[in-house]
Design a protein around this ligand. Structure first.
Ligand code: CA
Ligand code: CA
Ligand code: CA
Ligand code: CA
Length: 97
């Protein structure tokens, strides 16, 4: 296998930097971090859409806690307003989903 041209230190420990630090022919093997797509930009990621990278790409976050990544109002610990009269407007009573 062709060595990465930036490989020069055979005893180095692999770190996440897009370089084959330990010269085994694989770049960043075992050190990439999984990131989760955050399409609705609520800072919570979609567990179904992932990518591997050294740092969070644009539109991705480190958690996978979003229950609906198509709606920024759907997220963990969201405060919901109780709509007792079903007029679609919440009253002042709160509960946390
Ligand atoms: Ca390597
Ligand atoms: Ca590396
Ligand atoms: Ca999200
Ligand atoms: Ca969401």
């Amino acid at each position: 296998m062709r060595r990465h041209k930036q490989c020069y230190q055979s005893a180095a420990t692999e770190v996440c930097d897009l370089i084959d630090n330990d010269c085994d022919g694989d770049v960043d093997e075992g050190v990439l971090i999984t990131y989760y797509a955050d399409a609705d930009m609520d800072t919570y990621g979609d567990p179904a859409v992932t990518t591997m990278a050294c740092s969070a790409p644009l539109g991705y976050v480190a958690n996978n806690n979003d229950c609906n990544d198509n709606d920024a109002n759907e997220k963990p610990n969201q405060i919901w307003y109780i709509d007792a009269d079903n007029d679609t407007y919440g009253n002042s009573s709160l509960f946390s989903a």
